[in-house]
Design a protein. Structure first.
Length: 500
């Protein structure tokens, strides 16, 4: 009979507890025109600024033991996303103890005294992340209400009537639930009658006292804030590792393992900052492939071990637009296609260590190789703050092709036209055929048909010419060999012509 009453009481307690939690976790997102900070707030709901919590409640389950207590399960973080296209996002989190009405206010850009809470803004995800570590408690089965207020500036102004940007405000809330669990059955328990909930000296909103004896005997965990870090190749990256039930600064042996794939791809990693409940890993992004990071944490108190891992991959920048093969005298417009990032950006065209052309901040380069560059391999390099960005590209300066005799046209009456092509530029003018070398029964005097001259803008550019030839002796067969010579003095392959 007593067993039946006990089960009914547990069910009723569950119902009352979660009904109370639901009252606190109802979102309070709003979009309020008018009455904002600074200029009047205007807009509509479709394009408005709203906050969306990833979770409506974070639950921490606690088991009380003779030596103290241990946390058996915890939801340690919540992501607050915001919508709309805005600038200057400002977050403020207020954590309020519902039983005492005591509160603490947190902002990502400020230093604050509550070491058990932390707020990190993540602009690239349009979000802020709230972390909590309830390492010191004085009241179990307690609800803490977290109120989030955010303001944002519009990117547009509205004529002379509203010359300034407008301020948008949004709010949301979620709860932190600390629940006492039965160490034997694993069920949730509630103090009844004259039973007393175990008391500890300070509230979690305080931070000045030592952690009580017995803390840290629970299962430790470490988690990377970002499982996949993406950054421009060869640039600096960072990732935060959060820890539970272990003091990283004083009670942990920490091993960092970095494995580049493939080896020697330029990726690096090192621990740059260690705090009691989190640490920061920084390094250089590999130029290609990936960098595998594993962190192993061993608690000195009992040797318990936890590990986490993540990968760092390069965000490849766009390939520059340029001609890989170019000819002397030919001008190429090179677009560096550099990303919009901070720092001094520059693009260089180099002949060994000699700089042949350059631009600053992603501007295009107009480059014309000289005749003396023929056969060279020049390099195209991009830099940020004098550090090479991405790979090095090669520009090949080719020699112009030899002139060609491309056609022989028999026009009748023992008259033929020789069609030639001459490639490239000579002294900033189009190269062309300057003479024909003739052997056989062909008149030494010929006509350059300038009216049929054509220029073509290929790669390389070329000029097409027509020459009219007649036999030297009308009584003999019209057979001869012709070779075309261009301005450079280079000769085409000889061609035998039988014109009869």
């Amino acid at each position: 009979m007593q067993s039946s009453k006990r089960k009914r009481r547990i069910v009723e307690i569950y119902f009352i507890l979660y009904l109370a939690a639901l009252v606190f976790i109802l979102p309070e997102s709003s979009f309020k025109p008018g009455g904002g900070n600074g200029p009047e707030v205007i807009g509509d709901f479709q394009t408005g600024f709203t906050l969306i919590p990833e979770k409506s409640a974070l639950v921490c389950n606690v088991v009380v033991e003779p030596n103290g207590y241990r946390i058996t399960k915890i939801d340690s973080s919540n992501v607050i996303f915001y919508t709309g296209d805005f600038e200057d996002i400002q977050f403020e989190f207020t954590v309020e103890d519902q039983s005492t009405n005591r509160s603490v206010t947190l902002r990502p850009d400020k230093n604050y005294s509550a070491k058990y809470f932390r707020v990190v803004e993540v602009p690239e995800k349009k979000a802020a992340v709230f972390y909590w570590r309830p390492q010191y408690l004085d009241n179990f089965n307690t609800t803490y209400l977290v109120k989030v207020v955010a303001t944002a500036k519009s990117k547009k102004t509205f004529g002379t009537k509203y010359p300034e940007r407008f301020t948008y405000k949004a709010t949301a809330q979620f709860t932190l639930l600390i629940v006492l669990m039965n160490a034997v059955t694993g069920e949730q328990t509630i103090a009844q009658g004259n039973q007393q909930t175990p008391q500890f000296p300070l509230n979690i909103l305080e931070q000045t006292q030592q952690i009580p004896t017995g803390f840290g005997v629970g299962k430790i965990s470490v988690n990377a804030s970002t499982p996949n870090v993406t950054q421009l190749a060869y640039q600096q990256w960072a990732n935060t590792i959060n820890a539970t039930n272990v003091n990283l600064a004083s009670d942990a042996k920490i091993d960092l393992i970095a494995r580049p794939e493939p080896e020697n791809n330029g990726g690096t990693a090192q621990i740059s900052e260690i705090k009691p409940d989190y640490l920061v890993i920084r390094g250089r992004t590999p130029g290609y492939g990936r960098l595998n990071i594993e962190l192993v944490v061993k608690r000195k108190f009992d040797g318990q071990e936890a590990r986490t891992s993540f990968v760092v991959v390069p965000q490849q920048i766009e390939k520059p637009i340029f001609k890989e093969f170019i000819y002397p005298g030919q001008t190429d417009t090179i677009d560096p296609r550099l990303p919009l990032i901070g720092g001094e950006l520059k693009t260089l065209i180099k002949d060994g260590n000699r700089i042949r052309a350059s631009s600053i901040g992603g501007a295009p380069i107009y480059f014309t190789p000289e005749l003396s560059d023929t056969g060279k391999q020049l390099t195209l390099e991009r830099y940020i703050d004098n550090n090479l960005l991405g790979q090095v590209y090669t520009i090949y300066v080719l020699n112009f092709p030899l002139p060609k005799i491309v056609d022989v046209i028999n026009t009748g009456n023992r008259v033929v036209e020789i069609v030639t092509q001459a490639f490239g530029v000579f002294n900033r003018e189009r190269n062309e055929i300057v003479r024909l070398e003739l052997e056989g029964n062909v008149a030494e005097r010929y006509i350059d048909l300038r009216g049929k001259l054509q220029d073509f803008y290929g790669n390389p550019p070329y000029r097409r010419q027509n020459f009219q030839l007649k036999p030297k002796d009308q009584g003999k067969p019209f057979v001869f060999v012709v070779t075309a010579v261009d301005k450079y003095g280079r000769r085409s392959a000889p061609r035998r012509v039988v014109a009869d």
